[in-house]
Design a binder for this molecule. Structure first.
Ligand SMILES: [Zn+2]
Length: 384
């Protein structure tokens, strides 16, 4: 029985999806390259999928693309390009990086702009049922209509207000009845894309995109909803509130959040400019070393990037490859992954096992290829 930490429960609980495990992970806004923080989220989901498949499940992992929001529109304006051209370029770069990291292909990678009709029908349903209201050309979700609001993040009102202010939730917007109400539909600036609706021309809010896409691709309830821990509030809390208001069903049976990667003592973020891009790492290191360096950290713990981790990972790969093919340590890896996806423990188990036998089967569960050669030194480099 696999056990995983569930954010809403606040503890490690059994994770037992049906034969087909459905997973929804919030994807990128394609306006800049993928950084190590993104890689950490998608690698954790990737190892989880590999173990689920090893257990006999099939997995359907949907990762959306937020191709219309404030960030991409601002960047496109700065560059003087069409926002969808910017999206296409960055999506191609992201796909190449994730493929190089040997990520399992997503079941679907739907774009927010593909779901405008679904988004509008959700907004319509929310207004009709009294969960949302229009004002100043926008439509807002009424959090007072969702008694459960805050159940996922387990935060009090003051903490939610502080985070909403910090993460673009505009709590001071005068058209809101409650500062925690959030936007479902908003008017577009003159140079922004806009769609007709009965609430007036405009574009969707960010949270509603994921509700619409998760529902369209995977149904009203997914087995697991994942993302970076900075998405717990407001993004996932708001997604859950609006989805559940429409369907009366939980949006996710299990909430899976990955800790933040830092650099220079601060969380890696666009606004601080302290990013380590996946593409840059792949110029200097083979993909399996990048993968192992990330997986040497537990997915839930925040950690600080240190380039020395790549030297360690590279040396480790040499040892594992030198040990040849075999399933030494495999049962330990399975047991450790089932214990809240303990990848650092699994890596240590393979280190120990590689002293006496080949570890290629266990390494494969981590998505790391060690079996193609038993001769150290014979391995692909760079993006190859
Ligand atoms: Zn999302």
């Amino acid at each position: 029985m696999m056990r995983l930490f569930d954010t809403a429960a606040g503890e490690v609980v059994p994770f037992a999806p049906g034969r087909v495990a459905t997973m929804y992970t919030c994807g990128i806004t394609p306006y800049d390259s993928a950084h190590l923080g993104h890689a950490a989220v998608y690698l954790a989901c990737d190892v989880l999928q590999r173990r689920l498949r090893d257990l006999g499940h099939s997995t359907r992992c949907v990762r959306n693309v937020t191709d219309v929001d404030d960030d991409i529109l601002r960047k496109a304006r700065e560059l003087g390009v069409h926002y969808l051209d910017l999206a296409a370029e960055e999506m191609a770069r992201f796909d190449a990086d994730m493929k190089a990291l040997n990520l399992l292909p997503a079941y679907a990678e739907p774009r927010a702009t593909s779901a405008i009709p679904e988004i509008l029908s959700l907004v319509d349903a929310l207004v009709s049922s009294g969960h949302a209201y229009a004002g100043a050309g926008a439509v807002y979700f009424d959090v007072s209509s969702a008694p459960n609001f805050g159940h996922l993040s387990r935060l009090g009102r003051e903490e939610m207000l502080a985070l909403a202010a910090e993460r673009g939730g505009n709590p001071e917007d005068p058209a809101k009845r409650d500062p925690l109400d959030f936007v479902l539909w908003q008017p577009a600036a003159p140079d922004e894309p806009s769609w007709e609706s009965r609430f007036g021309p405009g574009r969707p809010g960010w949270h509603i995109e994921c509700s619409a896409l998760a529902m369209r691709e995977l149904g009203p309830t997914v087995d697991l909803h994942g993302g970076g821990s900075d998405l717990v509030f407001p993004h996932h809390e708001c997604e859950a509130a609006q989805s559940e208001a429409v369907t009366g069903k939980p949006l996710a049976r299990h909430w899976f959040h990955v800790g933040m990667v830092g650099l220079g003592g601060r969380k890696m973020s666009k606004s601080l400019g302290n990013l380590v891009f996946v593409g840059d790492l792949l110029e200097d290191w083979e993909p399996d070393a990048v993968r192992l360096a990330v997986l040497a950290q537990h997915y839930r713990s925040g950690w600080e990037f240190d380039p020395a981790a790549l030297d360690l990972a590279s040396a480790r790969l040499d040892r594992w490859r030198g040990a040849g093919k075999g399933d030494a340590g495999l049962e330990d890896v399975r047991r450790l992954l089932d214990d809240d996806l303990d990848t650092p423990g699994a890596i240590e188990a393979l280190d120990a096992a590689s002293a006496s036998g080949g570890v290629s089967a266990g390494a494969a569960l981590l998505g790391v290829e060690t079996a193609y050669s038993s001769e150290p030194g014979r391995r692909p480099t760079g993006r190859g």
